[in-house]
Structures are given as C-alpha cells and as structure tokens.
Design a protein around this ligand. Structure first.
Ligand code: FES
Length: 236
C-alpha cells in the first residue's frame, strides 16, 4: 500500500509528543494492511465471536507485540465501516462491527492524548466499561483515567469527552462465518507507532524482552481479558 495514503504524525505532533504535551495526529480515511492474524486465547484456541464476553475488553498485541489493542464485543451491532471527521476536520476511517451480530470491534488501546496504554503485567489507565462509568457518565465506553478522556467504541472510537481530541485508531477485523473465528488484518487511524516505541522503548523491552515488542503479529495472536493482561486497572 502507498504509505503516502496512510496517516502520518505531523512534525508539530512529534515535537509536542517529545515535549510530553498533547499529541497532534494527522488522519486519513485509509487503513494500512498488516498480517492477517487469527485471534486465539491463552491456550492457542481460536476465539469465537459469538462466545466473547461482553463484560470486558480483550487485549491483543497488534500490529506489533508491544502495541496493545482492545477487542470488544458490544451489546449491540456497531455501525458499518465508514469515516468521521476529527475536531479539526480531518477525515478518518473506521472499521465496522464483525461477527454474526456485527457487534465485535477493535481499537488501539493507546490513548491519542499522551499514549497511555495497558502495561503487560502492570497497570493501565485505559480500560473498557460495559456498564456505566463515572467519567463517561454512560455505559459502553473506553476511558483513559490519565486525563479523563472517553472514547466511543460503538461509534468509530470518536472522542466523547476529555483531553484527547482525536479518535482511537481502529483495527480492521475479519470474521469467518463458517468457523466464527476472528482475524485482525490492518489498522486505521494515525501512525504514531514509531513515536510510541521511542517514548516507551525501555519499558517495552522489560515487558516483552529486548526488541520483541517490535515483532509483528503473524499467523495467530493471543487475545486475553484485560483483567489477565494488566494486574492493576484504573477505573474512573
Ligand atoms: S493520556 Fe491523557 S487522557 Fe489519555
């Protein structure tokens, strides 16, 4: 795929990130292709879309081992894929729901404000609430307790409230109707992964082993409940 069509972090955004302030990302409506990886559980058994818990998000490393994404079974069908606009008017694409009920979606679990994310075996300020959360004031929301940002997983990952001004990048999923299995195939949204790796390199090396956080998902990727991925979940 022509990388010019994909989204890039703008120079101002990179500088802002380095300074530890708000991350400004540039969006487009195009997804970038990554490996088609089947989602499996901790024992290597394929996850079935119709058997996913609706009570919490699953975490899987996609498109790289060290880039956590949320897999969420919504209580109702998500809109078909499409595009929305950011606050500054940029168009961005998002994937629709998959599965027999069209209710399974996935997003990067990395906050677009200052890149907070679930730590493997550590803490997380990013989480999904199926029930009503205080910060969101509603059910079915992804919250980042770092600065109280709320994202809507049932509407393209758009920002509902908080410091973040840009949506969560969506992960494109495929569903095999014959087997009910789920595959991740690509990523929408802003390409901030290099900046993310730079910012968290030392921590990611400890979590995954030296350099392993950059290993790209291949044939299968494990998706585990957030409560098993991170030991300390901040709820707000
Ligand atoms: S990192 Fe600031 S709201 Fe998420």
């Amino acid at each position: 795929m022509d990388r010019r069509n994909f989204i890039k972090v703008c120079g101002a955004g990179a500088a802002a990130l380095a300074a530890g302030v708000h991350t400004q990302l540039v969006y487009s409506g195009t997804a970038k292709d990554f490996a088609r990886a089947k989602l499996v559980d901790a024992d290597g058994k394929p996850l079935k879309a119709s058997a996913l818990s609706k009570d919490e998000a699953y975490v899987f490393g996609y498109p790289f081992a060290g880039t956590p994404a949320f897999l969420i079974a919504l209580p109702a069908a998500a809109p078909a894929s499409g595009s929305l606009k950011t606050e500054s008017g940029e168009e961005y694409g998002f994937p629709g729901g998959v599965g027999a009920d069209k209710n399974v979606v996935a997003y990067m679990a990395v906050c677009t404000h200052q890149l907070a994310h679930p730590e493997k075996g550590g803490s997380t300020e990013m989480s999904y609430s199926a029930g009503k959360s205080e910060t969101a004031g509603r059910a079915v929301a992804i919250t980042c307790c770092s600065h109280n940002s709320v994202f809507d997983p049932a509407d393209g990952g758009r920002v509902l409230t908080g410091k973040a001004t840009q949506p969560l990048p969506g992960i494109r999923l495929e569903h095999d109707a014959a087997t009910d299995e789920i595959y991740a195939t690509g990523m929408y949204g802003a390409d901030f992964l290099d900046d993310y790796f730079k910012k968290f390199k030392s921590k990611l090396n400890k979590e995954f082993g030296i350099g392993k956080y950059r290993e790209e998902a291949k044939d299968t990727v494990q998706a585990v409940p957030l409560s098993k991925y991170s030991t300390d979940i901040d709820r707000c």
